[in-house]
Design a protein around this ligand. Structure first.
Ligand SMILES: NC(=O)c1ccc[n+]([C@@H]2O[C@H](COP(=O)([O-])OP(=O)(O)OC[C@H]3O[C@@H](n4cnc5c(N)ncnc54)[C@H](O)[C@@H]3O)[C@@H](O)[C@H]2O)c1
Length: 298
């Protein structure tokens, strides 16, 4: 999606700094955008590394001076290889580092640059529909955290009367390489031995990669994002397919009711002494576009 955002922002006449840890994809994007006459700087950056984010900011100011809009958009599908208690320190470090800490570093490093010139600006943090529905895995945990951070940021900016907006972008199912995220997992954060659930985890990733291919185009999300920034919208949900699940979760909380879990037989969820673990391999993963699909992984 970042590639589409860069293009859309450039088409709006903005000068763009594109950052990504994957050098070949970054170089290709910068070359294509430059060939189209856009002013784009590419900086290879591991956004889970605060020093690298500080370097990115310095390079940005050197190249273009003022910063007005930042998009904290990098993300990985993260740990999908078993129950949440089976995840290793490395699984947590990789998933939370890219999906959550990068947003903290991005806000902490770039927001002061926006505030320093006093002109209007905007912060976009890419969350997910899993941030507004019941989370089903580590990815969902990180996206809830990104949403909470963005809501807090929004309130802090408003309370101080600052001319900077904040948007939590919540995409549904978008045709990207999200479920190939392990391609960029650093070697020092890979598990030394494969977890028992690794094979099932790969199957989930393959299933989801195919599922995302049927999704909305990144260009359409980019159009929606520009509209959300212009409208100064905090919550930017890309579609209404998840509304039932948003209501369901809020309703469960207000009703003090336990959620009915996908893939777990109802009897196993209510009978005393049974453990509502396991579920189908696709529990929490989208299976259809309809509002009643099991879409909880984006
Ligand atoms: N595709 C979807 O259906 C969907 C739905 C909801 C939310 N999202 C979110 O959208 C954002 C963009 O993901 P996408 O769907 O375009 O997937 P993608 O894999 O195509 O793009 C993610 C990008 O993040 C980069 N990245 C990974 N680790 C990084 C790191 N440490 N430092 C810098 N860059 C890093 C990757 O190289 C890649 O270019 C993510 O935050 C993702 O969680 C995607």
């Amino acid at each position: 999606m970042g590639r589409a955002f860069a293009q859309r922002f450039a088409e709006e006449g903005m000068r763009v700094v594109a950052a990504d840890v994957q050098a070949d994809a970054l170089d290709r994007a910068v070359a294509e955008l430059t060939a189209d006459g856009h002013e784009v700087l590419g900086v290879r950056t591991d956004v889970a590394d605060p020093a690298a984010v500080r370097d990115l900011a310095a390079r940005t100011v050197d190249a273009f001076g003022k910063v007005h809009v930042i998009c904290n958009n990098a993300g990985v599908e993260g740990y999908l290889d078993g129950a949440i208690w089976e995840a290793t320190d490395r699984d947590w470090a990789w998933t939370v580092g890219v999906n959550f800490w990068s947003v903290v570093y991005g806000v902490r490093t770039f927001l002061p640059l926006i505030l320093s010139h006093g002109e209007p600006g905007h912060v976009v943090n890419t969350a997910s529909m899993t941030a507004v529905t019941r989370p089903a895995n580590m990815y969902g945990i990180t996206k809830h955290a990104v949403l909470a951070l963005t809501e807090t940021l929004y309130a802090d900016l408003r309370a101080r009367g600052l001319p900077v907006g904040a948007t939590a972008l919540c995409p549904g199912i978008i045709a990207t390489n999200l479920f190939l995220g392990s391609r960029n997992r650093p070697s020092e954060l890979r598990n030394e031995t494969e977890l028992p659930g690794a094979v099932a985890g790969r199957e989930k990733r393959d299933l989801m990669h195919a599922r995302l291919a049927e999704g909305m185009s990144p260009a359409e999300v980019a159009d929606q994002l520009v509209a959300a920034i212009r409208a100064d919208r905090l919550y930017a949900l890309t579609d209404a397919d998840w509304d039932d699940r948003i209501r369901q979760r809020a309703g469960d909380i207000l009703d003090r009711a336990n959620p009915l879990l996908d893939g777990v037989p109802p009897a196993a969820q209510v009978a005393e002494g049974t453990s509502p673990t396991g579920g189908s391999p696709t529990d929490g993963l989208p299976t259809g576009n309809s509002p009643t699909g099991n879409g909880k992984a984006s």
